[in-house]
Design a protein around this ligand. Structure first.
Ligand code: ZN
Length: 356
């Protein structure tokens, strides 16, 4: 089913039509996307209205979806910052799933990347590794290849070695594991990732049920953020990124990120929709800004929010909407302009050594 068709349906309508083809992180994506698009438009309207109230002309008022494109996280200039600095603000999206069912997906992604000044960490099922490796070689500024492997596959170690030889930069999104993430049987994969100095994106928190009628061997409890702590400590050269900030175990996620310089989280999924009326609560969860714990942060940024990175986990048409949701969080929590840049792309640009 085309995305445009799916968006017109309720979640459960789409679900009943689509249930057999859902394959990736459907929890967060399916549940939240339609709501996110609507919410993004609503936030755009609110922010536009705020802009109107602050200007004499009122020209800022628009209720069109076009205003979403203006919701760049870098829209507000900080003191001493020029428009050129602002336009140089690059977005790095930690969480873009390669959609092999969509013809022209890579072309669509390249267009989006140019329009948004965006680099995508492209989470690629092992079967599609070659086409994405080639695309990444041709477009290193737009595409960073990540390998989407099954940790329980008998040949997963060989798969990871092959991904490395093809130029992949990390793994993810790891999910639907048969054992908790910190089970020793997964250590050979983590040892390789540690040797390669890779980033590894783990799904964390609640996960949707794929099939209502058949038994399935899936449990969110195996994907709790607390399991990432042991991986980060045992394998200090891995940069551990938890998707969805542990939803709903945000507090555990944040505390693990606080003590481990090699742990970050994205806020993709349903969280920013669920919390849209109470985003300031994240100040209570990311509470340690400017308090010295002698913990290394990117650019020595004192804001606790620097432990977040941007991730959309959306189809391509929804990425700008998620960027708008991040911006709403920044506004609600008074996240400094410098930290916003780190979250939206600065941190991942450094960690991945991306070309300018
Ligand atoms: Zn996920």
């Amino acid at each position: 089913m085309k995305e445009s068709e799916r968006r017109g349906l309720t979640f459960f309508e789409a679900w009943s039509r689509n249930r057999t083809s859902l394959s990736r992180c459907p929890t967060e994506q399916q549940l939240s996307h339609g709501a996110e698009v609507k919410e993004g438009v609503k936030i755009a309207k609110q922010l536009s209205r705020r802009g109107f109230l602050g200007t004499a002309s009122g020209a800022a008022v628009t209720s069109s979806v076009r205003s979403l494109a203006e919701l760049s996280p870098f829209r507000d200039l900080s003191p001493g910052e020029t428009a050129a600095d602002q336009s140089a603000g690059r977005i790095v999206d930690m969480h873009v799933h390669f959609d092999e069912k969509k013809p022209g997906f890579l072309d669509d992604l390249l267009r989006l990347a140019d329009r948004m000044n965006l680099t995508a960490c492209l989470l690629t099922p092992f079967a599609h590794r070659r086409v994405v490796a080639d695309a990444a070689k041709q477009h290193p500024r737009q595409i960073v290849p990540f390998g989407f492997v099954d940790l329980d596959a008998p040949d997963v170690v060989r798969q990871v070695e092959e991904l490395h030889s093809l130029g992949f930069r990390g793994l993810g999104e790891l999910e639907f594991v048969k054992k908790p993430y910190n089970d020793p049987s997964y250590f050979p994969v983590y040892e390789l990732a540690n040797r390669y100095g890779w980033l590894v994106l783990f799904h964390t928190g609640i996960v949707l049920r794929k099939n209502f009628d058949e038994p399935e061997d899936v449990a969110s409890g195996r994907m709790r953020p607390i399991h990432l702590e042991e991986i980060a400590r045992r394998f200090p050269k891995i940069t551990v990124v938890g998707a969805h900030c542990g939803n709903p175990e945000y507090e555990w996620a944040a505390e693990i990120a606080r003590w481990n310089p090699n742990v970050f989280f994205d806020l993709s999924g349903s969280t920013l929709t669920k919390m849209r009326g109470r985003l300031a609560e994240f100040q209570r969860i990311f509470w340690w800004s400017a308090i010295d714990f002698s913990v290394k942060t990117p650019d020595n940024d004192p804001s606790a929010f620097v432990k977040l990175v941007f991730g959309s986990d959306s189809d391509l048409s929804g990425v700008e909407s998620v960027a708008g949701q991040y911006r709403a969080l920044f506004e609600a929590c008074d996240v400094p302009a410098r930290t916003r840049k780190m979250i939206m792309g600065g941190t991942l640009t450094k960690l991945l050594g991306l070309p300018e």
